[in-house]
Design a binder for this molecule. Structure first.
Ligand code: AMP
Ligand code: GLY
Length: 423
């Protein structure tokens, strides 16, 4: 099959790395890709949110199967357009992708199908939202309804802080995304990211991973897209997985189908492991990045078999995916200044040396190649993944590759990735 993968992050490099090994994939293309993906796939120079450009490429290259990595093209309806053209695609339609693109949509689904989540109220008017926080007890979690690149969530410790935030949200702090606002009850517990695949009727579990959202050690600093990940996640064992499939994933797939929006693709559940059991924080309608990288390194099954079965509505006939027992750790190298302002264009050396180290595999994110050199070209730039028989071994291997092999003075990383899993 001629396959087109859409995206340019570490997630897509990891997917490309698995797809390149698949017997089902005869030719692999990626739009727009990065310097690492260029070693595995033919690069198509079209942005992942240029839906019209992508449709043109799918037609001119006669692509058989499209895999969508990031959320933006899903929210823009790329999948619907491809389906209209009769092209096979792995990913949810625009209506189904509302699980990620509208937090109010997801909360209302949770209400209708008894899916455990934080209590909430939805507002489109600032004064009503402000009256609500004055009648209730803080802390409050205030969320922009729409996509805000992971930044549209604020935890307000007092009523007055909540009032200030709500005023800003409704004055367009996140543009269109915060014209509607969800105010939620604050939940406590450990967080975990769990991934499942749905074909519209049936869902199968993948595995869980833990992410590190803050920029600096000790979970300090601003929120980012993710500074590292590891799997397996000790807070999430077999019992938790079964519970989450039964109480959260299956009712979601059932509800989406019943409501006329069958969901085909990755259900990425952000979970809070509370004293009352796991509760849904939010859904994403795609793989997480960097979580996808540790998932792909642990997956021993051909990932294309999973995508083909999901697209065809035949997941119930698929043999359960198999996983390597090892722990895999991912440490993100980001440009200094990220997630704020940063420079592009500095040279990164030592990637090949790092790739030769035991258990180590480098996935590129924001990189480009220039005359045989690899240059930084984004905020999150490189991902060092390492496997090990223990968490400690995986951590040690990842940091050894960073300290001994990678030479990029303009970058930084967290030094405490996966340390929670050691204790
Ligand atoms: P979200 O974008 O909805 O995943 O929210 C981003 C982060 O905010 C989550 O990873 C949690 O750390 C935190 N968060 C979101 N909702 C809640 C909640 N109801 N209670 C406590 N923390 C939350
Ligand atoms: N790492 C979190 C995300 O991909 O949204």
């Amino acid at each position: 099959m001629k396959v087109l993968l859409i995206g340019s992050g570490g997630r897509e490099h990891a997917l490309a790395w698995k797809l390149a090994k698949s017997d089902q994939v005869s030719e692999l293309f990626c739009a727009p890709g990065n310097a690492g993906i260029a070693e595995l796939a033919a690069i198509v120079n079209i942005a992942s949110d240029d839906v019209i450009g992508l449709i043109g490429v799918v037609q001119s290259l006669e692509i058989d199967f499209v895999i969508v990595g990031p959320e933006a093209p899903l929210a823009l309806g790329l999948v619907d357009l491809l389906q209209d053209l009769g092209v096979k695609v792995f990913g949810p339609t625009q209506a189904a992708a509302q699980l990620e693109s509208s937090k109010a949509f997801t909360k209302e689904l949770c209400d209708r199908y008894d899916i455990p989540t934080a209590g909430y109220a939805v507002f489109t008017e600032a004064d009503e939202a402000i009256a609500y926080v004055h009648e209730n007890t803080p802390p409050f979690v205030i969320k922009a309804d729409g996509l805000a690149a992971g930044k549209g969530v604020v935890i307000a410790q007092s009523k007055f802080e909540a009032e200030d935030e709500l005023t800003e949200f409704f004055s367009g702090k996140f543009g269109e995304a915060s014209k509607k606002v969800v105010v939620e009850e604050f939940m406590t517990g450990q967080e975990a990211s769990f991934f499942a695949i749905s074909d519209g009727k049936t869902a199968i579990p993948l595995i869980a991973a833990q992410d590190h959202k803050r920029a600096y050690d000790g979970d300090k600093g601003p929120n980012t897209g993710g500074m590292g990940a590891y799997s397996p996640a000790p807070v999430f064992g077999q019992a938790e997985m079964e519970l989450v499939m039964e109480k959260i994933i299956q009712p979601t797939v059932y509800g989406m189908k019943k409501d006329g929006n069958p969901f085909v693709g990755v259900l990425f559940a952000g979970l809070m492991m509370t004293d009352d059991g796991p509760k849904l924080i939010e859904y994403n309608a795609r793989f997480g990045d960097p979580e996808c990288q540790v998932l792909m390194r642990r997956l021993s099954t051909d990932v294309m078999d999973i995508f083909i079965a999901a697209e065809a509505g035949k997941l119930s006939k698929l043999e359960a995916p198999a996983w390597f027992e090892e722990t895999v750790v991912n440490v993100v190298l980001a440009a200094q200044g990220y997630p704020g302002e940063y420079e592009k264009g500095s040279e990164i050396q030592g990637i090949e040396t790092a790739n030769e180290m035991e258990g180590v595999k480098i996935f590129h994110a924001g990189t480009k190649s220039d005359d045989g050199k690899v240059l930084s070209n984004g905020g999150r730039v490189l991902n060092v993944t390492a496997s090990g028989d223990s968490v400690k071994e995986a951590i040690d291997r990842a940091y050894e590759a960073i300290d001994e092999a990678i030479d990029w003075p303009e970058g930084f990383c967290r030094r405490d990735i996966a340390h929670h899993a050691l204790s």
